[in-house]
Design a binder for this molecule. Sequence first.
Ligand SMILES: Cc1cc2nc3c(=O)[nH]c(=O)nc-3n(C[C@H](O)[C@H](O)[C@H](O)COP(=O)(O)OP(=O)(O)OC[C@H]3O[C@@H](n4cnc5c(N)ncnc54)[C@H](O)[C@@H]3O)c2cc1C
Length: 507
Amino acid sequence: MSRVVVVGAGLGGLAAAARLAALGHSVTVCEASHEVGGKLGLHERDGFRFDTGPSLLTMPQVFRDLFEATGGWPPDLSFVPLDPLARYRWADGTRLDASSDLDEHCARLDAALGDGAGDDWRAFTARAERIWDASRGPFLESALSGPGTLGRLALRQPGDLAAIGPGRSLRSLGRRYLRDPRLRTYLDRYATYTGSDPRRAPAALAAVPYVEQAYGGWYVPGGLRRLGEAVHERGLERGVEVRLGTRVTRIERAGGRIHGVRLEDGGTLPADLVVANADASTVYGLLVDSPSSVRRLARATPSLSGFVMLLAVRGRTPGLAHHNVLFPTDYDAEFDAVFGAPAKPVEDPTLYVSAPDDPAVRPDGCEGWFVLVNAPRHRAGGDGSGRGDGSQGDGSPGAVDWRAPGLADTYAEHLLDLLAARGLPVRDRVLWREVITPADLEERTGSVGGAIYGTSSNGATAAFLRPANRSPVRGLFLVGGSSHPGGGLPLVTLSAQIVAGLVGPAD
Ligand SMILES: Cc1cc2nc3c(=O)[nH]c(=O)nc-3n(C[C@H](O)[C@H](O)[C@H](O)COP(=O)(O)OP(=O)(O)OC[C@H]3O[C@@H](n4cnc5c(N)ncnc54)[C@H](O)[C@@H]3O)c2cc1C
């Protein structure tokens, strides 16, 4: 049996803790904040229960695997499938209710965009399925081993590597299969699910819409936060100790091995193994010295962040689905603002509104709107690097100082205007609102700059630059969205599965 310290109680940390405890290890989780869940956050007020992070769940089997491996499905947790997956509206007024049933989806595409759009999507989905089949086992469900991973992809089936199309962007793959510009915009959006720019993200991200199409989009009654609570409870049942308000300031090692962690209050905790769920750049930059890992991370583009408004809304809104996506006229301008240098808040962003019709999360006769737009990450002083062009001089994107006086409020007001302009005039019905900026996200979850997904997938090699789950430091493992295989609830849960596999059962 090993003594394991998990640094951080985000979903990845909690899932790793539960799995390792179920394998017989003695597990302590140290969480800096006073609650578990990290980005899978909750805001409760006046009978409203808002998810402050994730709102859409995919790949439900990953969570089934987690619970099966740790003691069975929790009796008070359920997933419900969504139809429509999301209601899309383009700037020209076109509307689409997306379905996870391929035939139905294609029929709806034909009806919304014109004959032929469904066939285009079907052909694209066939290619996306090949990409998913080729990358799932050797990449997503396996520990990353640099060029070895590419080798596994190349050798498994002749043609797998060609299907993935290394060097090709998601945008270019869309152009190859999809004739309608609105359908291309629809595909582009999936790059943002990994915090990326479709013009630079690899074609391999076609697996993201495929997964949604094949495995559906799901909601957790009571809010997605319930999932984090269930994984936390599962860990406790398996004997995990969770220490809240306990920041780790150093991972201690001697003789090339981990021997414990140092805590903010000056105390120490002995450990044979450390599983770090904190942002990888914090782990390698602050908690442990690994200059080569820091250099490697610096080569990747940080993921985009998000600007969130939680709106407590009086009354009910006709035509509002559970998930709603309102596209702008010029989608590229959004990526230029987020990933450009200088970076700036997006003037005319895609608006995402999630308003679950679930009595457990809103008072009678009301709606809780979670409004999210993509945003550049936060840096104090923003792009005031003195270079004038706002860049850091290394080609990496700029940042915005989201703490600048008045910025958050002015931007929130602007988004309310945009909602009205796109057919959702909600301002007069807002009982109260809370705003979460990228700076708030950084402060609450320790994600550098409020990056939602650690590093983005921008660039052909990005996936391989993402830190591996087994670190170069003996006894130190990484779990969560800033390490392999990436961000999003299913992938961070897969990263916990990979780490548990690398550690193995207690002797
Ligand atoms: C606005 C938003 C919308 C999203 N939407 C979706 C969605 O619809 N679907 C989806 O699947 N995913 C979505 N995501 C992404 C998803 O939330 C994350 O990928 C996932 O929750 C990250 O989990 P994690 O394990 O990486 O840990 P994190 O949530 O990043 O948590 C890390 C934890 O480590 C703690 N920590 C950091 N440093 C220390 C330290 N030194 N000592 C102790 N503790 C420390 C932090 O306090 C934090 O609790 C969204 C995220 C956001 C923010």
